[in-house]
Every structure is written in C-alpha cells, then in structure tokens.
Write a protein that binds this ligand. Structure first.
Ligand SMILES: [Zn+2]
Length: 152
C-alpha cells in the first residue's frame, strides 16, 4: 500500500492542476516498511522533458510534447535523495499526471520506470484532478502491478 498524508496529497493536486495541460511530476519521500510505502513529503519538481534532450535517438520524439511526456531532472532526484537521507528517509516513489488521459501506466512509463519504488499516476481531465492509482514495476520489468493507494 502507498499511503499519502492528506496535506501532501493536497500539495500534489495543486501542482498537477497548475501544470495542466502539461504533465506535471514530482518525487515521493518517505519510508518503505515491507509492503507499506509511507509518504512523508512530496517534492514538487518541474517537467524537464524536451524532445531533443530526452530521446535524441527516438525518431518519434517530435510527435510528443509536455502534454504526454515528463522527465524529472536527475539533479532534482539527487537533491531529493540527499535531503531524504539527512532525515533517515528514502525516495519511495514518483508521481506524474496524465492530462485528459486515464491513470493507467503507458508503455513509456513502463520503459522508464524502476522496480521497488511506487509510481503514482493521476488523471487530470479538463484541468481538475480525477482518478489516481499507484503502481509498482515487476522486477523483470515486464509489467506494473497495482498498489493500493490510501490518502489519509
Ligand atoms: Zn505516464
């Protein structure tokens, strides 16, 4: 289960709605205790995706935009990891929005994801947060499994 404190969920919602119609994203800091992933803080990051930088070898890259792609700047991840470690916490997941799209992971999400940590995907139809779902990539990277999501 991924549990997100209500106050952090509210910050995530505001960030994702403000980013619309682009995908918006961020990092989840907290604790992993067996099958329990407890968020302490959401780090709100910018969407650093750019067609030329993110996928220079992808001939289809120009067909995409910030509306259907996201990238968290590696510097933001390193900074979040350092801050988390000072508080005896870890990066336990990442979140991003799907503007006008369901909260199911895309093939691109699968290709870029890491196992162990949670991927929280939030649908943002017409600029307002809708359904949300959490996912964990299988160790063999073949597919995501659903993870129960608790906002409390
Ligand atoms: Zn996605």
């Amino acid at each position: 289960m991924l549990s997100v404190p209500r106050a952090e969920w509210a910050r995530i919602v505001a960030h994702l709605e403000a980013g619309y119609p682009h995908e918006a994203c961020g990092i989840l800091i907290g604790e992993i205790d067996g099958a329990q992933l407890r968020v302490h803080e959401a780090i709100l990051t910018r969407n650093a995706w750019a067609a030329d930088a993110a996928a220079p070898d992808d001939p289809q890259a120009d067909a995409h935009s910030l509306r259907d792609r996201y990238l968290i700047d590696p510097h933001d991840i390193v900074r979040a990891d350092r801050d988390a470690a000072k508080r005896n916490l870890d990066i336990i997941g990442f979140f991003h929005s799907h503007p006008d799209w369901p909260c199911q992971p895309s093939e691109t999400d699968r290709a870029w994801a890491w196992p162990v940590v949670a991927f929280l995907i939030v649908s943002v139809p017409a600029g307002r947060v809708g359904d949300a779902a959490a996912w964990v990539l299988r160790d063999d990277r073949s597919a995501f499994d659903g993870l129960a999501l608790e906002i409390a």
